[in-house]
Design a protein around this ligand. Structure first.
Ligand code: NAD
Length: 500
């Protein structure tokens, strides 16, 4: 699909991707695919005012009715899945299957949020005072700022906004400046849904395409009670103290450094498939990509030789081609990051298999690489860093406790998994004394989370939770109400305070 066809299928006007000064290039071949208008600081301030106005209207709409808007958004996504999936692949470079899968994830979270719109439950609590009722109320919070990364250019917006809309909040989205066209497409689909809905307030959903400097205006504005930010740990480190300074809330979804442990009892066929998908899928550019492999010594040689064999057969190429399993890196900076990491690993004694640039004759402006396996004798500094590229560091362990210590011995805490058929190991891994990550899987890889669970991680991953389970609570404010229906005024904790 060409960009003109995608734009037409989405119902966008012919100039939608041809206005403004931000030039967008496809990572597939470096060709220019669009020009997008960027917001100024003044625009940001105006948009926040509009988001506040929209919130004041929207919070009064009953939650199940708010769910109807999200249902209509889900319908728009269903009807335009193919076009939006193609646009994701064109702008971000992930495989078409993954682009379509990302849109499916948006549809799934809309379905989830529609059900949630009738389940924003609070507790009733027994009061210690006679003649009193106590309960929790969940109220809409305010305008929610969403910052998203290039690697999930549309799903992250939907995880946040589908939930925020049913919770009664307005949303102001700053997408990655590497993927603004998919953001424009999402905003357009939202507007179509809002037109069908009828009486949604203007500016309930807005986007601002801008760099980090302009985004500061949103980060620092006290009218934005919650900023949900997805991206690198460096980004989280820069914005979190500023938001904390004004007592704003954050949901931080930051970098990961995810590991798989392969135990001697594991089904090795499953473990190979889980490892390969986790490590090379999306060209190693998922927050949950497998970056470390911890293999028990007795199966190490066999497992690594099978893994190298599997890697040798992986087709790298244009992500629109059916047979391809690994597409390009997002840009040259990402490629240089991969090169530098491999150099450091080599200096630290790592033995490298693969890793070079490929297809540069065919795509001189695209950055395709052969995924790398690096055997390390220990968890040195470079292994403890997240490099956003398909590098898999492999380490050996003797006993299970050592494997858990290696798995937990990094600053990040997003996703983890173990392949084992030993029930004790599996249960220990998911127990208090096991993995310290937000995601701890058994006999599946580290990537490919479902929307039904709360998504996020610990330590430098930021501690935020998005998507399913009770993550919605972060998008609302809670009040506890005690109602006295008696004609006495007993005080809590038995305190006597008689006046007159
Ligand atoms: P990035 O940190 O470079 O950018 C992410 C977003 O933050 C972009 O919109 C960017 O413009 C913005 N940004 C960066 N610095 C900022 C600042 N100082 N002020 C305001 N905005 C700022 O990340 P990226 O390269 O786009 O994405 C890859 C990173 O995202 C990886 O570290 C990956 O692990 C992480 N990620 C995490 C999750 C998760 O759920 N934990 C999901 C996807 C990606």
């Amino acid at each position: 699909m060409k960009i003109e066809d995608i734009s037409k299928s989405l119902g966008l006007d012919s100039k939608a991707f041809d206005r403004g000064d931000l030039i967008v290039k496809s990572p597939i071949d470096g060709s220019v695919i669009g020009r997008v208008q960027q917001a100024t600081s003044k625009d940001v301030s105006r948009k926040i005012t509009q988001a506040v106005d929209a919130f004041h209207h929207w919070r009064e709409v009953p939650a199940p009715r708010r769910g109807e808007l999200v249902r209509l958004l889900g319908e728009e996504l269903r009807s335009h899945k193919d076009a939006l999936g193609h646009l994701v692949t064109l702008e971000n470079g992930k495989l078409l299957q993954e682009g379509l899968g990302e849109v499916q994830e948006m549809i799934d979270i809309c379905d989830f949020a529609v059900g949630l719109s009738r389940q924003l439950y609070g507790l009733t609590i027994t009061s210690e005072r006679p003649g009193h009722h106590m309960r929790e109320n969940w109220h809409p919070l305010g305008p929610v700022g969403v910052i998203s990364a290039f690697n999930f250019p549309v799903a992250v917006w939907s995880w946040n906004s589908a939930i925020a809309f049913v919770c009664g909040d307005s949303v102001l989205w700053k997408p990655s400046d590497k993927t603004p066209m998919t953001a424009l497409a999402c905003q357009h689909l939202f507007e179509r849904a809002a037109a069908k809905f009828g009486d949604a307030p203007d500016h309930l959903s807005q986007i601002m395409v801008c760099g980090r400097k302009i985004a500061q205006a949103m980060i620092d504005d006290p009218r934005m009670p919650l900023i949900s930010a997805t991206g690198s740990t460096a980004m989280g480190r820069a914005i979190a103290p500023r938001i904390a300074e004004r007592f704003g809330r954050t949901i931080l979804e930051l970098g990961g450094n995810n590991a798989i442990i392969v135990a001697p009892s594991a089904d090795l066929d499953l473990a190979i498939r889980g490892t390969v998908f986790g490590a090379v899928g999306t060209c190693g550019q998922r927050c949950t990509s497998t970056r470390r492999l911890i293999v028990q010594g007795s199966i190490y040689d066999d497992f690594i030789s099978r893994l190298k064999k599997a890697y040798a057969s992986i087709p790298v190429g244009n992500p629109f081609e059916d047979s391809v399993l690994v597409g390009p890196l997002i840009d040259q900076t990402a490629f240089k990051g991969m090169e530098a990491a491999l150099e450091k690993a080599k200096e630290a004694g790592g033995v490298i298999w693969g890793g070079g640039r490929v297809l540069d004759n065919k795509y001189p402006d695209g950055f395709y690489v052969q995924p790398a396996i690096v055997e390390m004798s220990g968890q040195v500094d470079i292994v403890r860093e997240e490099t956003f590229a398909p590098i898999l560091y492999v380490m050996k362990y003797d006993d299970f406790e050592e494997a858990i210590a290696i798995q937990n011995g990094v600053p990040q805490g997003l996703s983890s998994s173990i392949f084992t058929n030993d029930v004790r190991e599996a249960e220990k891994f998911t127990s208090t004394a096991g993995s310290d990550c937000g995601i701890a899987n058994v006999n599946i890889g580290t990537s490919g989370a479902e929307i039904g669970g709360a998504f996020g991680g610990e330590k430098e991953t930021g501690g935020g939770r998005e998507s399913g389970s009770d993550s919605w609570k972060a998008y609302m404010r809670r009040s506890t109400s005690t109602v006295n229906y008696s004609n006495q005024l007993p005080l809590a904790q038995g305190i006597e305070f008689d006046v007159g």
